[in-house]
Design a protein around this ligand. Structure first.
Ligand code: SAH
Length: 252
């Protein structure tokens, strides 16, 4: 069986954040599958077929990729950021678990990449320097009650929070609801950063506090970081502040 499947992340922005391993996989691909928006970021090798599909078709896309690889083709499935973080990798394994037994014999590999949370943190300083928790605020695949419960418990546990998918064209209320909930469990002085389109030409970084934050600032290009009680702000003359989280917790 000569076909293979690579599940790759393109990073949160441009080519400088795509790993050489991912670039190599794309260069030898015969079929490249992914959400239209991500496929636009790929320069396919001559002769490769691109299969763009809509967001929401993840399982069908994963099955299609597995069938192509089973037929002997070199296949790459792309995600934005890292494929394993709220991306295509889990959909591929779900398709393998519930699909044909022969899927399990395929040469399938997930290639790691830079996730949005790490790019945003690097721009801001070192806010993920101690324990943190990543949550996806989209209720497309889970009930809002689950999101509320996880947010409340993570806020109480004093994790730094990385909030993915805070809003989309179809959803604007969730960031409002999430902030209302966070305000019940965290001090108004807690540091909040909105990092939008990190690494792209329209990048915006905005650092504020939980008390002052306007959730409407978040859109689908935004990663929100909410500091813990150990997240600090360093003012700089003529430049935006840095934020970082102490490497150890002080006595509560
Ligand atoms: N697999 C991706 C996440 C997909 S969910 C990853 O590992 O990054 C999509 C969400 O990721 C967006 O709603 C936003 O919250 C975040 N995101 C993706 N790219 C981003 C960027 N360049 N800047 C800020 N946030 C980004």
């Amino acid at each position: 069986m000569s076909g293979w499947l690579r599940v790759v992340g393109l990073g949160p922005a441009g080519a400088e954040w795509v790993t050489p391993e991912v670039t190599d996989a794309l260069a030898s691909a015969e079929h490249i599958l992914g959400y239209h928006t991500y496929l636009r970021r790929v320069s396919p090798p001559a002769g490769a077929t691109l299969h763009g599909s809509d967001n929401g078709d993840e399982l069908a896309r994963a099955r299609h990729a597995l069938e192509l690889a089973l037929g002997g083709a070199r296949v790459v499935v792309v995600s934005g950021g890292d494929a394993g973080v709220f991306g295509m990798a889990a959909a591929v394994f779900e398709a393998i678990e519930h699909g044909r037994p022969s899927f399990r014999e395929l040469d399938v590999r997930v290639l790691p990449a830079v996730t949005a949370m790490l790019a945003a943190a690097a721009r801001l300083g070192a806010p993920l320097g101690h324990d943190f928790c990543a949550l996806n605020l989209s209720d497309n695949l889970k009930p809002w009650a689950t999101i509320e419960r996880r947010l409340a418990l993570a806020a109480q546990a004093d994790f730094v929070l990385a909030l993915y998918n805070p809003a989309s064209k179809a959803r604007s209320e969730q960031a409002q609801l999430a902030f209302a909930l966070l305000r019940q469990h965290r001090a108004p002085s807690a540091i909040v950063a909105f990092a939008s389109a990190v690494g792209r030409a329209d990048e915006e970084l905005y650092i504020t506090t939980l008390g002052e934050a306007d959730p409407a600032r978040a859109d689908m290009r935004t990663l929100i970081l909410v500091g813990s009680s150990n997240t600090r702000r360093i003012e700089r003359p003529g430049a935006p502040p840095w934020i970082y989280t102490l490497r150890g917790t002080r006595q509560a």
